[in-house]
Write a protein that binds this ligand. Structure first.
Ligand code: FES
Length: 110
């Protein structure tokens, strides 16, 4: 079920090659700009809940700033040898806003 909500303004979107932390309806989200492709992931790393939105991008992955687990920004799957996954939520731009679809998310609400 779709549930599109505003995540941030278009002007707040991080520069290509960078990430930021954001929040929508109490859900903490890592917003990544991978060479112009935007990806919204669960912000909390499944290892020890490091903030992925405070990490960095390497290739197609967001790297956790605490112990460097890397999560693919398309699938949410951690790079081997780690066995973990974060949720990836659809995003779209409407007018001056970036929207995220929390309806397809399995991220627990706070
Ligand atoms: S908390 Fe993210 S790698 Fe440890």
């Amino acid at each position: 079920m779709s549930h599109w909500v505003r995540l941030c303004g278009v002007k707040e979107i991080p520069e290509p090659g960078s990430v930021m932390e954001a929040e929508a309806e109490g859900v903490a989200i890592c917003l990544a700009n991978v060479d112009g492709r935007l990806a919204a992931l669960d912000n909390w790393c499944p290892h020890r809940r490091g903030p992925l939105g405070a990490g960095w991008i390497e290739g197609e992955a967001v790297v956790c700033p605490w112990h460097s687990w890397a999560f693919n920004t398309v699938t949410g799957i951690a790079e081997p040898p780690e066995r973990a996954r974060v949720d990836v939520m659809p995003v779209k731009i409407e007018n001056d806003d970036l929207l995220v679809n929390l309806g397809d998310s399995d991220v627990p609400r706070l």
